[in-house]
Design a protein around this ligand. Structure first.
Ligand SMILES: NC(=O)c1ccc[n+]([C@@H]2O[C@H](COP(=O)([O-])OP(=O)(O)OC[C@H]3O[C@@H](n4cnc5c(N)ncnc54)[C@H](OP(=O)(O)O)[C@@H]3O)[C@@H](O)[C@H]2O)c1
Length: 170
């Protein structure tokens, strides 16, 4: 299993406010869709609630300390990050349906807790500063190297970055 963060973050490290996003860039939403469709996503309970309904063609593993049953066949609640990893690993190994790359899609708490386990970081750099209540640190750990960086063709200043963790045996 490969674990990848995907996150959109402003210049002052804000990712959300009042359990919602603060910007709307359809190009970035399409980028998120392209990077996550057909894959397993891991997220915190608050981010799942912010979606309003499950996203099509993706499996949602939702982390909560509460015991919650989901009526949706593509949503499963678990009680910890390690339980989320175990389920994702099992799903990717036992079926060709799910690719090896599992996407960690937030929010702030889950990004923080899982950073040490991530292999790739897909970071959309949103231009400008926002007043928010949820953050993603842009102090990227030194073990990650930038593998890709490209400005948007549509939105001035918006940039897509991919950071890759250097393997110990490289
Ligand atoms: N800009 C972006 O790319 C992006 C992406 C995703 C989300 N967001 C934003 O981020 C915000 C939400 O982030 P958030 O930090 O408030 O919440 P979150 O990380 O989505 O979810 C937090 C919840 O996850 C559960 N949880 C966290 N750690 C756990 C652990 N170790 N074991 C068991 N359960 C655990 C708890 O659920 P219970 O309370 O149920 O126990 C906790 O309240 C929203 O504003 C959203 O719009 C932004």
């Amino acid at each position: 299993m490969i674990l990848s963060h995907i996150v959109a973050v402003s210049e002052n490290e804000v990712i959300g406010k009042d359990n919602d996003l603060l910007w709307h860039y359809s190009e970035d939403l399409n980028y998120f869709k392209k990077r996550t469709t057909g894959k397993i996503m891991i997220m915190g309970r608050k981010t799942f609630e912010s979606l309003k309904k499950p996203l099509p063609k993706r499996f949602h593993i939702v982390i909560s300390r509460q015991n919650i049953d989901s009526p949706h066949e593509n949503v499963k609640f678990v009680n910890s990050l390690s339980e989320a990893y175990q389920l994702a690993d099992k799903m990717t190994l036992s079926s060709d349906q799910w690719p090896e790359e599992v996407m960690i899609v937030g929010g702030g708490q889950i990004y923080k807790e899982s950073l040490k386990d991530a292999d790739f970081l897909y970071i959309t750099r949103i231009p400008g500063e926002y007043q928010g209540d949820t953050f993603y640190s842009l102090n990227i750990p030194a073990e990650f190297k930038i593998a890709f960086s490209q400005f948007s063709n549509e939105v001035p200043g918006l940039r897509y970055e991919i950071w890759s963790k250097e393997r110990k045996d490289d």
